[in-house]
Design a protein around this ligand. Sequence first.
Ligand code: DC
Length: 232
Amino acid sequence: MIIAIDGPAGAGKSTIARSLAKRLGFIYLDTGAIYRALTLKALRKGIDMHDEDRLIQMCRETDLAIDNKEDGSIRVFLDGEDVSELIRSPRITKYVSVLARISGVRAEMLKLQRNIGSSSNSVIDGRDIGTVVFPNADRKFYLDAEFCERVRRRFNELKSAGGTISLEEVEADLRNRDRIDSTRKCAPLRKADDAVYIDTTNMSIEEVLESVLNKIGTINNSRISEAEKIKP
Ligand code: DC
């Protein structure tokens, strides 16, 4: 079974996807981590973020792996190196949308995401999971929240991780990424027609998780066989 969770940055996708995967015993695939790891490699190699040919070639020569840990966390390996912390830096966050808008890069990453996602029961979060990567996902959710709330959450998250970024910087980054992610030509951020929309602005993590679990249990989806149904 594949559960797709899409939405903009700061809407709560990764927190919910991780908790949901842990609760259901599914693997969690954070597709943003894939684009972040590629961005790290491109910056290290000094590749111009607009040099599409070199970036696509770099993707072809890159080995990416994601390891799910018992506690629900994930580790991301770039050519064998654990880059899980490095890919969360503000510098990567600043450039990742620029790399992710390149259609050739996305095409290279499609197979990897499909291979990992379909290898087991999975919860997958990103921007185009329900629309492009897994258009036939068994369950689709689109998590959203008001812009100010998303900024506030991202700021608090970075602050508690020891970051020194200002609220204004977080706001500018989110605004920029929202714009690039939703206006790019290839696989832009948008809600799949058959995705359940949840506005998480005034909801706690537990409330969102409950809502998602309830919907997973109640949506009548004929594509799901008895054997695939989630065990309580
Ligand atoms: O979820 P995140 O903030 O880690 O994602 C980082 C960026 O990666 C995001 O701004 C756009 C890109 N991304 C994407 O284009 N498609 C995905 N499926 C996941 C992320």
